[in-house]
Design a protein around this ligand. Structure first.
Ligand SMILES: [Zn+2]
Length: 163
């Protein structure tokens, strides 16, 4: 179960996802939290420029590799609005980060996008545990689902209007 105090980190992720949307990007946001509860780094999706590896979870893994000891990385938690994709899960595993808490799952996102008629992404929809060995993962958190779903709907509507 998710601690009440941890919900605020997920809420920050949703804020970052909304910020991404305001900048014309897909709505995803993530926060890296130290063992003592301090927010170490945060980012939002930045793929609108055409580089589809610019996911926030990937950026946080690289930030952690550059700025934290292995011990600090193992003790840290990544909170994220949407479950890590296989690329980000692998980066997370490679740099030895700790627990992941996500608000909505890849499975949920996949179903929502399918409803909106969005073609599947070129990367398969694997769970974090299918990609990373021995990792503590929590999610989804049902109380945030509607809000995140709405952000994805707004993004896809705006994208469809541009075509
Ligand atoms: Zn990713």
């Amino acid at each position: 179960m998710l601690a009440k105090s941890e919900l605020r980190y997920l809420r920050r992720c949703v804020e970052l996802a909304a910020e991404a949307l305001e900048h014309g990007d897909q709505p995803f946001g993530s926060v890296l939290v130290a063992a003592d509860g301090r927010i170490l780094a945060e980012d939002r999706n930045r793929v609108a420029g055409g580089d589809h590896t610019r996911h926030p979870e990937f950026e946080l893994a690289r930030w952690a590799a550059a700025n934290l000891t292995l011990e600090e990385r193992t003790a840290a938690t990544v909170f994220t609005s949407g479950e890590h994709c296989p690329m980000c899960a692998a980066a997370h595993g490679w740099v030895g980060l700790g627990r992941i808490v996500y608000a909505t799952s890849s499975k949920q996102l996949h179903a929502w996008l399918e409803e909106l008629g969005v073609p599947p992404s070129p990367v398969r929809n694997l769970s974090i545990q299918e990609v990373v060995r021995d990792i503590a993962v929590e999610g989804p958190v049902p109380e945030l689902a509607d809000e995140i779903r709405t952000l994805h709907r707004r993004y896809r509507r705006a994208a469809a209007a541009e075509r």
